[in-house]
Every structure is written in C-alpha cells, then in structure tokens.
Design a protein around this ligand. Structure first.
Ligand code: SF4
Length: 340
C-alpha cells in the first residue's frame, strides 16, 4: 500500500527553547540525532509513500547529514521540512540545489517572537528567508516553496496580521496552527481554542487576517476555534507513518515522545497516556509492524467511526453519534480528535 506520508524525526535536538515545546520536559540523553543507518533502514520503504516530511521534536537543519537525507528522500518522493529558520542562511544554496520541494518556517510576531521562541530573533529569521528567496531568484528556481507557520497563542494572536503582510512580502504561504499539544499549565493557558469568552476577539483577528491574505495574495489556512469530535483526526493515523529518532513507528507525532507516560491536559483535566509500542523499524519490517494485532486494532477503531460518517443520516446533515464507537485509548485527551 501507499502511505499518505512518512514523517521522519531526524533529530530531537534543537538550538532553541520554545515556550510551547514539549522538549523542555526531555531528559538531555534523549536530545539526539537519528543515526544515518536508521535513516537508511527507513529509506528502504520510501517507494511506499509520495511525501516525506523531515521533522520531529527537533530542528531538522541541525542534523549534520541533513543534505544527504534530503537527496535520498528526493529520489523517491516530494520532500519537505519544518524549521525554526535559524540555520537557513548557510544552507539556502544547498536546499535550492537539491530542489527541496517545500520548507515551512516557524515564526511568531515581530514583538513576541523572542519571548515565545527563546533563542531566536524575528529579524534574523526574516533575513534568512530573504537570503533563501535571493538564491532562488539567482538560480531561477521556484523551489523550495516557502510557507510561514504561525502557532497562535493568547500572547501573539494580535500579530497574525503583521505576519500575513510579511508572508505577502516574502512570497510565502501562511499556515496558522493551534497549540494542539497541551501538556502543562503554561501551554493550557496559552491556547486560544475552546474559549467561549474570548472567541469573538480571536475571530475578529482571523476575519481581518483572511481579508489581508486576500489583499496580499497569500495562500492562508487556519484551524477552527471550537471543538467538534471527528471520526478521525487530520494526522491521518490510518495511513501516515511517523518514525522517531530511534526508528520507532507511530501513527502520529503526538504519540512519539521519549516518556513512559505521555502527559496531556484536556479541558482542564490532567490525562496520562501509557506510551504505545507499535514496533521499531530497526528490528522488524514495516509490514510486520503495520499488520501487527496492536496496530490493526488501533486502526479498526477509527475505521468503525469513519463508517458512521458514510451513513445516510450523516450525509443528510445529522451529527454523527460517536458515543458507542470508542477511539483508540492512546488518543484520549488529544485535541486533534476534536478538529484542532
Ligand atoms: S487523535 Fe491524537 S493521538 Fe490519536 S492519532 Fe490523532 S493525533 Fe494521534
């Protein structure tokens, strides 16, 4: 079968210390790069997907073998990555030469970037994107396509409008995202969804951002502000595959953490999820992992829920009733299942 995408955590190391990143909970021993041999193990299966995204809970451009990895991935599939942009300047020429397909660069706003993305500076990131754009112009290349990603929080939402304008100037798309992995009091207090009191304020900003995006010709996407239970989350766990630094296989990044118990806060309640074990690509073939009883049972729960959305009642506009159709236990307390 073809998997929707492979996401590969080529490193769990990062040169920044962002406020909302779970890496601040990691033991220092788990901040490491993927061994190239593990990457080659995964590469044996690259013909089974059309999209390879090189990113996990670390900064992919910090991996010393990032260029070799891109080269190998590009031989098989559309390849891209998400970066904090700090190392972009020195790698720009190589990324254009390798014809990386897309690059998503995380920014906050001019005022808030430094306090949210500790260790980096908004102006430097913008300058680095300009360098990349300059190299693309010089070489007459459209690739990599640039997207800015703006993680919306209570403290930076007002700067979304500046970032729309910036995306227009940089000829970039813009993807606004929620702080969807809520794991402690800080992240719980920063999120802006499921907040009836302030929803009107957030929606006003979003409407204005949409108007500006149209004016500047920016391709702009953003998630909803309200929770609504879905049959399956948009991480596509029934088809996509995530590989951790160690080669462990997961259906999504929200299950890939170097903890025995995954902490979540859902609607103010603390939830602890035992880390699932789907298998490791260094020890087993992808078929064995994908067809294991554990993985099949995980997918069957979603398949049954998807079935409900195909019923006539749903097509006629009735809300699907998921109360008797349990999601996989490891998804308990995950906001992604509610459209966030
Ligand atoms: S609901 Fe959450 S934990 Fe479950 S597969 Fe989707 S993203 Fe992963």
């Amino acid at each position: 079968m073809k998997h929707r995408f492979f996401q590969i955590e080529i490193t769990r190391r990062c040169n920044l210390n962002c406020l909302m990143c779970p890496s601040r909970l990691y033991a220092s021993s788990s901040r490491k790069d993927m061994d190239f041999k593990v990457f080659l193990n995964i590469a044996e299966y690259f013909n089974r997907t059309e999209l390879i995204h090189l990113q996990g809970w670390g900064e992919p451009l910090a991996h010393p073998e990032i260029l070799e990895m891109i080269q190998i991935a590009k031989e098989h599939a559309v390849t891209g990555l998400t970066t904090n942009g700090t190392l972009l300047e020195k790698l720009s020429s190589a990324l254009v030469e390798l014809q990386l397909d897309y690059i998503a660069i995380s920014v906050s706003g001019p005022e808030t970037h430094r306090e949210i993305r500790y260790g980096s500076n908004f102006r430097d990131i913008v300058k680095n994107i300009e360098v990349l754009n300059g190299v693309k112009r010089e070489k007459g290349s459209d690739m990599p396509r640039v997207n800015l990603t703006f993680l919306m929080t209570k403290t930076n939402i007002h700067e979304l409008l500046d970032v729309v304008e910036l995306a227009g100037k940089l000829d970039a798309g813009l993807i606004a995202t929620h702080l969807d992995y809520v794991f402690d009091e800080i992240t719980d207090s920063l999120k802006i969804f499921d907040n009836p009191k302030e929803k009107i304020r957030f929606e006003r900003v979003m409407n204005e951002a949409e108007r500006k995006a149209e004016k500047y010709g920016v391709e702009f996407t953003h998630p909803p502000f309200d929770l609504m239970e879905r049959a399956i989350c948009d991480a596509h766990p029934d088809s996509a595959i995530v590989f951790s630094v160690e080669g462990e296989v997961f259906p999504c990044v929200y299950l890939n953490f170097p903890f025995d118990k995954i902490p979540r806060i859902f609607k103010g309640n603390k939830v602890l999820i035992g880390k699932p074990e789907f298998g490791n690509i260094v020890e087993k073939s992808l078929e064995d992992i994908w067809n294991s009883k554990y993985y099949k049972t995980f997918r069957e729960r979603f398949e049954k829920r998807i079935e409900v959305t195909r019923s006539l009642r749903y097509i006629l506009g009735f809300k699907p009733d998921f109360s008797k159709l349990k999601y996989p236990e490891v998804c308990r307390g995950c906001y992604k299942l509610y459209g966030i």
